[in-house]
Design a protein around this ligand. Structure first.
Ligand SMILES: [Zn+2]
Length: 163
């Protein structure tokens, strides 16, 4: 006859194992959602940093060319440019640069013909902060109703009035 457990033998009983499994499952149930949300909040903050970097690059390039331009390839060339195209850390989507009044995408300036780009006000935005796709807003710590945290407006250019 086979004896699985003898008196005084070392080991764990079924109840002890069940208790350990229960404790581990409770820990996992609380820790995993917290971890996922922490990652979302970190991505949302990094995204805001990316948009600020794009706005800075637009400011620098507008001094050189006199118009706003798209990100790729507009902001990826020249001494003041961004080294690589920043993408939203949430899912790797490209940022948008659009004319604020019309919502149309800004095209690259044409340095030869002096056309392209725009001197109108622009908005730099993350595709994950739109009404249709509010991924950033659903992360804890940010407003669920506004997407202004991930949209930066740049004013329309005006002629230099200095003498
Ligand atoms: Zn984003």
């Amino acid at each position: 006859m086979i004896q699985y457990r003898t008196e005084g033998a070392k080991g764990f009983s079924l109840v002890e194992l069940l208790a350990v499994v229960l404790v581990l499952s409770v820990l996992a149930a609380t820790a995993v959602p917290m971890y996922i949300n922490t990652r979302k909040v970190a991505a949302a903050r990094a995204c805001k940093g990316n948009i600020a970097a794009i706005a800075t690059a637009e400011s620098a390039m507008v001094l050189r060319y006199g118009s706003y331009t798209n990100i790729n390839p507009g902001l990826l060339a020249g001494p003041e440019s961004l080294g690589n195209e920043p993408k939203c850390p949430l899912d790797g989507q490209s940022y948008t640069v659009k004319v604020t009044s019309t919502g149309t995408a800004v095209t690259q300036y044409d340095t030869v013909a002096g056309t392209g780009g725009t001197t109108l006000a622009i908005t730099i935005g993350c595709p994950n902060a739109t009404v249709a796709n509010p991924l950033h807003q659903t992360a804890q710590g940010f407003s669920a109703t506004t997407n202004s945290n991930w949209n930066v407006g740049m004013p329309a250019l005006v002629p230099d009035s200095l003498p």
